[in-house]
Design a protein around this ligand. Structure first.
Ligand code: ADP
Length: 485
């Protein structure tokens, strides 16, 4: 068991800019039963750096037999893990959190290298939040009986967890930490374009001394995910990804007793009233949509500005986005990194073309984009209406639609007029408006005078087509438990 120095603090000043301190293998196998094992499929795929298109490593592609091996390992481990004292369980989870802090720098660099997000975000947001998630749920593991009095909480068994590419390590933490705290074991699959931090987490877990098979991390694409979903010995599916795949999963599980949580797409409304602190609101708009290149399910991708301040807000917004630095994700000054994959870039470009075709006015600041890699400038669409495709469908890129409104009731109706219901933001100095909107907006998360703030204690999840179930907080434990009275 490795020793962790709990007095050591995080060193933000030593921000990573180079890849000199990271250790990556050329080829990654599957993490099953506590060891890295060759895939029975014998297949590997490339993971590439989206900022230059170059191959970083080869990653194993798990087939059905590999999934079965991982599920068997998780089932075997469940016998003893579920019976371990709740205090011991918590200690293991705490240790993972501490080791993640210790390796934060390496995780941050790999996250930006493999996924394209600015290093400032990986370093200051993704990795610390991921560690905090483990800390938070470490604390719950010995308090379940108090959280659910008279109910005798019991773990479900083997949790199959499928995560997306926009917050790779953070989503792994959101999935694994509550599963372990509740006594379940895990088979987790990262997204195919961003496997590396999950595999680094596998190495960390190996070093942490967590009993073998409690967490299994297998890599692959949609077929591997589907094999996890359909495996008869998986008791629970936790999925974060597109609404399209979420619906497929739900359909495939119809009538089957498998607890399912789905965290899907969004089309968040960001609402600016005339009494808002305009400078702060403009910063908030930028953060809401350009954070992580807009690859954020809860992004504020629809801006609603009260008509009386629309001109000034739009002018300031145009000025502000012309100062954003687009480029090398590993550069500490970068604001907007690389689009995660060529496929996603094509999707975003398709929506930009649709926006233009449907008659919206486009604004993109003049900027020099790197020659190699996947890039998209910050993009505004003005003169759009509710019926525009770019207002109704999730783009998952740095593209913001801008509409105006006159009254609070008008904006509530427009904001709710979407198939999604994940997030919303409200900018106003008036508490009464915040109160009314928090009651009336159909969204799982509503921010006031801020945006994209996350905390492990705060439940996250959507209404309507944005999914079902919650992650984070006490609510995040329930989907991993069954109860007896
Ligand atoms: P996106 O469209 O944004 O890439 P996806 O929903 O396709 O998002 O991907 C999210 C995760 O779901 C990834 O890990 C991906 O490999 C996985 N996945 C894709 N298709 C399926 C499927 N049919 N069943 C289960 N998992 C899938």
């Amino acid at each position: 068991m490795s020793k962790v120095d709990i007095n050591k603090s995080w060193n933000y000043a030593a921000a990573p800019e180079s890849t000199a301190h990271i250790q990556l293998k050329k080829k990654y196998d599957l993490f099953i039963g506590g060891d890295f094992v060759k895939p029975l499929s014998k297949k590997y795929f490339d993971t590439v750096n989206p900022a230059n298109g170059e191959q970083i490593a080869k990653v194993a592609e798990a087939n059905k037999q590999d999934v079965d091996r991982a599920v068997k390992a998780a089932r075997k481990a469940f016998k003893s893990w579920s019976k371990l004292s709740v205090k011991e369980r918590g200690k293991y989870i705490f240790r993972i959190a501490r080791m993640m802090q210790e390796r934060a720098r390496e995780f941050a660099v790999i996250e930006s290298l493999d996924g394209g997000k600015p290093i400032r975000e990986s370093r200051d947001i993704d990795i610390p939040l991921a560690a905090n998630h483990f800390f938070y749920y470490a604390g719950w593991s010995d308090k379940l009986e108090y959280a659910f009095p008279n109910k005798i909480p019991k773990p479900l068994g083997v949790a199959g967890q499928i995560i997306p590419w926009n917050f790779p390590l953070l989503m792994a933490a959101w999935k694994i930490a509550p599963a372990l705290a509740t006594g379940n074991t895990v088979v987790l699959k990262p997204a195919e374009t961003t496997s590396l931090t999950a595999l680094k987490l596998a190495e960390l877990i190996q070093d942490s001394g967590l009993p073998k098979g409690v967490v299994n991390i297998i890599t692959g694409a949609g077929e591997t995910g589907a094999a996890i979903v359909s495996h008869p010995d998986v008791d629970k599916i936790a999925f974060t990804g597109s609404t399209e795949v979420g619906k497929l999963i739900q359909k495939s599980l119809a009538g089957i007793e498998k607890k399912t949580t789905l965290e899907l797409g969004g089309k968040g409304a960001n609402i600016i009233f005339e009494d808002a602190a305009i400078e702060q609101a403009v910063e908030g708009i930028v953060n809401a949509i350009f954070f992580n290149q807009g690859h954020v399910c809860c992004a504020g991708s629809r801006l609603f500005v009260q008509a009386s301040v629309a001109d000034v807000v739009i002018e300031k917004l145009k000025e502000r986005i012309s100062t954003l630095i687009i480029g090398d994700p590993l550069d500490k000054n970068t604001d907007i990194g690389a689009i995660n994959s060529t496929e996603q870039l094509a999707t975003i470009e398709k929506y930009i073309a649709i926006g233009k075709k449907e008659g919206a006015d486009i604004y993109q600041p003049k900027c020099q984009l790197p020659k190699k890699g996947n890039w998209c400038p910050p993009t505004l669409f003005l003169n759009v209406s509710q019926s525009h495709t770019i207002v109704q469908e999730e783009i998952f890129g740095p593209v913001l639609t801008i509409q105006t409104f006159r009254t609070i009731d008008e904006v509530i109706e427009k904001a709710n007029n979407t198939p999604f219901g994940l997030s919303a933001g409200v900018w106003t100095e008036k508490g009464s408006k915040i109160f009314k909107l928090s009651q009336k907006l159909k969204a799982g998360v509503i921010w006031a005078n801020t945006f994209n703030k996350f905390d492990p204690a705060s439940p996250f999840g959507g209404y309507k087509e944005s999914g079902m179930g919650r992650e984070g907080g006490l609510h995040g434990l329930k989907p991993y438990l069954k109860f007896k009275s």
